[in-house]
Design a protein around this ligand. Structure first.
Ligand code: TYD
Length: 206
């Protein structure tokens, strides 16, 4: 039996990393993140997030796709083939939204590029942690990276892009209201994972 691929998505400071790690622990999955997760991917991540390195939008999209291609080949596919679930903090939808909806690149071009990168692999479920942009801006504490330095308008487009993607594929997406307390959000995420994938949430500790 192959493992399941679950992606967590959301705007910056949406709380998705906390949720992704928590679920990964609960289902005994392999946890990874994008961009990054491999040696070359982490080098690309440094370039991609560095607000001081100028990057054309197409370069940015290609480097995101390159990081994803390596991650799928080296980490995600082998784990899935061994029956191990994989939880990824961001995946293909991040490119559709950040490089497509929120910038000037056609979303379909970015989608094709990403599907080329993953060799057709798509998540079994994408969990969107949706938070109003104003709230996510208040939650930020660290130095802003390339994307966090973007305008409020950019982040509004990111949010709308995610919601549009979720709306167009309700079977493979679940939208979680991320504006509540950690306990409230965790409980909604737990229900989504058990409801959509039928996974038990105690497997790694039992
Ligand atoms: P990260 O520090 O992981 O942010 P977060 O904690 O919000 O996930 O930085 C990842 C940044 O990279 C994030 O701002 C979104 C951006 N990104 C893209 O623009 N396209 C992509 O395909 C991916 C995977 C990430």
């Amino acid at each position: 039996m192959t493992g399941l691929l679950i992606a967590f998505e959301g705007g910056d400071a949406s709380g998705k990393t906390t949720q992704a790690r928590r679920i990964s622990d609960l289902i005994g999955a392999f946890f990874t993140r994008e961009p990054g997760g491999t040696e070359v991917g982490e080098s690309l991540r440094d370039l991609l997030l560095d607000a001081q390195t100028p990057l054309a939008f197409r370069t940015e999209a290609l480097l995101m796709a390159a990081s994803r291609a390596q991650l799928v080949e080296e980490v995600i596919r082998p784990n899935l083939e061994n029956g191990i679930h994989v939880v990824s903090d961001r995946f293909l939808a991040s490119s559709l939204v950040y490089q497509g909806y929120a910038t000037s690149l056609p979303v379909n071009d970015v989608r094709e590029l990403s599907i080329f990168a993953t060799n057709g692999l798509l998540p079994d479920l994408t969990v969107l942690i949706d938070v109003p942009v104003e709230l996510s801006m208040q939650r930020r504490t660290d130095m802003p990276d390339r994307f966090e330095s973007e305008t409020t308008e950019f982040h509004e487009k990111v949010r709308r892009g995610y919601l549009a993607l979720a709306e167009s594929d309700l079977e493979k997406w679940v939208v979680i209201d991320g504006s509540g307390s950690l306990e409230q959000v965790s409980s909604l995420v737990d229900q989504a994972i058990t409801g959509h994938l039928g996974l038990s949430l105690t497997s790694s500790s039992s």
